[in-house]
Design a protein around this ligand. Structure first.
Ligand code: ADP
Length: 357
């Protein structure tokens, strides 16, 4: 034992000391000029066991408390964030095609969540108005252009009938007629682009079989480019016919596929184009593959931007409206388009449309 323990007994008469579970007590007794130091030691077995139990209890209590805190914390947090999660789900479901949708507001509570929903709804109001203004502008402008254009082509036809078959005037009228037809096509495409880009009119939606649709697209392409080399491959077609049925607008879907196939013919100078129809567990998959000029890698991201034309298309006529229109139509049908292309090798468009059953 340390020296201080003995010293304390001598100076003060008594001292305590505790080491390794053992308690020591020292007393000084004075008798007949004699100092006697008595030291006794003992181990408090009961106390030690109590301490040990207390330690165990505290440790187990701590673990149980942690499990409770964790579980209740999680449940509590889940409950607290429930409205926020609902808002996120609702906001994710809103896009250009259903901008009229609004977040549900719980009138009974006036908290931050209600404020947040109101703010979102106000923002959606402003966005909807802006979209509508833009959409109406394109629609109105396209309609307004159409009347004078019809008059111009009518006058050109009249002129042609008056000038005979040859001569400078005849050439001029021919040019006017040709160019006004091009302009009319462009205006019609812009009108469709504006219409499909916004509310996506849901009238005339029906169950359609994609293989029949592709066949009718081939018919249209045959009329426009009689010397095309488009072939349809039915080998991968699912046996179950229901896997080929989608819900959609036939005119729009036909326009979408015709655009892609016409592009494939155009940008491959009528080299063979293959269309395959297949299905995965959720979609009908139509692949259109050509062996044409391809799309430069760095420009790939822009091909669905209105009026964009890739840098290698100078020798081909076009306006850059077909693909954005196609993309809008496929998106209206909850589908998607994947494009793989390599310059000088060819391009593959893969269109996915959800099956209806
Ligand atoms: P365009 O009238 O120019 O064909 P689109 O909107 O149909 O307009 O296509 C946009 C651009 O995408 C085209 O200008 C072209 O650069 C590219 N593109 C589309 N399809 C193909 C294809 N099959 N092969 C190569 N390039 C293509």
């Amino acid at each position: 034992m340390p020296e201080t323990f003995y010293n304390q007994i001598f100076t003060t008469g008594s001292a305590d000391f505790f080491e390794k579970d053992t308690s020591y007590v020292g007393r000084r007794l004075s008798r007949k000029n004699e100092n006697i130091m008595i030291i006794s030691s003992a181990v408090d077995l009961y106390g030690l066991e109590e301490m040990h139990n207390l330690k165990k209890l505290l440790f187990i209590g701590f673990l149980i408390a942690m499990v409770f805190v964790f579980t209740f914390g999680k449940l509590f947090a889940k409950q607290i964030f429930l409205p926020i999660r609902r808002i996120i789900r609702n906001v994710n479901g809103i896009n250009a095609h259903n901008l009229h949708q609004r977040l549900i507001i719980d009138d009974s509570s006036k908290d931050e969540i209600t404020d947040l929903s109101l703010t979102f709804n106000n923002m959606l109001n402003r966005l909807e108005i802006t979209f509508e203004i833009q959409n109406n502008f394109v629609s109105n402008a396209s309609h307004e252009f159409k009347t004078p254009l019809t008059i111009i082509s009518g006058e050109a036809q009249l002129g042609l009938s008056q000038t005979g078959q040859t001569g400078v005037a005849n050439d001029s009228f021919q040019t006017i007629l040709r160019e006004s037809e091009k302009l009319e096509h462009l205006i019609n495409s812009m009108l469709s682009l504006a219409q499909t880009g916004f509310d996506g009119k849901k009238d005339q939606w029906d169950q359609l079989r994609v293989d029949e649709l592709v066949l009718s697209v081939k018919g249209t392409v045959d009329q426009i480019i009689p010397k095309n080399n488009v072939g349809i491959n039915f080998d991968d077609m699912p046996e179950d016919e229901r896997k080929l049925v989608v819900i959609g607008n036939e005119t729009l879907l036909r326009a979408a596929f015709t655009n892609i196939v016409l592009n494939s013919c155009k940008y491959s100078d009528n080299k063979p184009v293959e269309i395959t129809i297949s299905a995965d567990h959720k979609h009908v998959v139509v692949e259109i593959t050509d062996h044409g000029i391809g799309i430069p890698d760095r420009e790939m991201a822009q091909i669905f931007v209105p009026f964009f034309r890739a840098s290698n298309t100078a020798k081909y006529k076009g306006y850059g409206i077909g693909l954005p229109l196609t993309n809008n139509i496929i998106k209206m049908h909850q589908g998607s388009i994947v494009v793989n292309s390599s310059v000088g090798v060819g391009t593959k468009f893969i269109v996915y449309i959800p099956v209806s059953y």
